[in-house]
Design a protein around this ligand. Structure first.
Ligand SMILES: Nc1ncnc2c1ncn2[C@@H]1O[C@H](COP(=O)(O)OP(=O)(O)OP(=O)(O)O)[C@@H](O)[C@H]1O
Ligand SMILES: [Mg+2]
Length: 219
């Protein structure tokens, strides 16, 4: 489904597309928040499409319930395309990140250095071409990755990095409480939407895919 086929999310799409547009001049961070199935990933997909169209680099990670207890599993997924750049980091940061990813022996992971190393790698990549960082299903990211991304999110305004994250309601996470700008998605009023003209197909599809939410109060 493309962004244009999302029903009733025009303003949310505009917000994330505008944010992606700031990547070239100094970044920003935004947390998309809402209940299960409300449409968070669809909004992130719209942002990704905009970033692709602008030729930005896109790095992403997705929280996975079964990997919540594996420190830095999410960060490893995010930085996979940049692993070759790690040797170019300042020595302390390089050692810390390699230690976190099990690429060297005997280094106890130190969160601050790992966060610095992550910011450095992202900023360096961003200086070549602005970068969109996507963190999906933050509620299931391992806590260490969440801490690192919270650190990065607080500093992106100075870098060509846009960080977009999505989290389900009712879950705690360091990134979820990092005071990012927030985009709240409320359930669509799918049973009270007007069905007319060209919107009929979209409304039908929205009702089908979002039908599980129809017990929610409609706006
Ligand atoms: N505005 C919309 N119009 C039509 N279909 C939509 C809309 N938003 C979401 N959908 C559809 O609803 C389903 C759930 O959307 P999505 O995966 O984006 O929700 P989510 O909030 O990320 O869910 P989760 O909490 O499970 O991650 C998908 O099939 C998606 O295509
Ligand atoms: Mg989702």
């Amino acid at each position: 489904m493309t962004a244009h086929e999302l029903y009733g999310r025009e303003s949310a799409i505009r917000i994330v597309e505008d944010l992606v547009g700031t990547g070239a001049t100094g970044g920003g961070a935004l947390m998309v928040r809402g209940q299960a199935g409300v449409g968070k990933s669809s909004i992130l997909a719209a942002a990704r499409a905009r970033a692709d169209a602008r030729g930005m680099g896109v790095l992403s990670t997705t929280g996975v319930y079964s990997e919540m207890d594996l420190p830095f599993a999410g960060l490893h997924q995010l930085l996979q395309p940049l692993l070759a750049d790690i040797p170019g980091l300042p020595a302390l940061q390089r050692d810390a990140l390699e230690g976190a990813f099990g690429m060297s022996d005997g280094v106890a992971p130190e969160l601050f250095l790992i966060a610095l190393a992550t910011l450095e790698l992202l900023a360096d990549a961003g200086s070549r071409t602005p970068v969109l960082v996507i963190a999906e299903d933050v509620q299931w990211l391992d806590p260490s990755t969440s801490e690192v991304l919270a650190f990065v999110a607080r500093r992106v305004s100075l870098e060509p990095i846009v960080l977009l994250a999505a989290i389900r309601d009712g879950w705690a996470s360091a990134l979820g409480t990092a005071d990012l700008r927030e985009l709240r998605l409320d359930p669509l009023a799918i049973y009270t939407m007007r069905v007319d003209g060209g919107d009929r197909r979209l409304v039908t599809r929205a009702r089908r895919s979002l039908g599980a939410l129809d017990w929610q109060p409609v706006r």
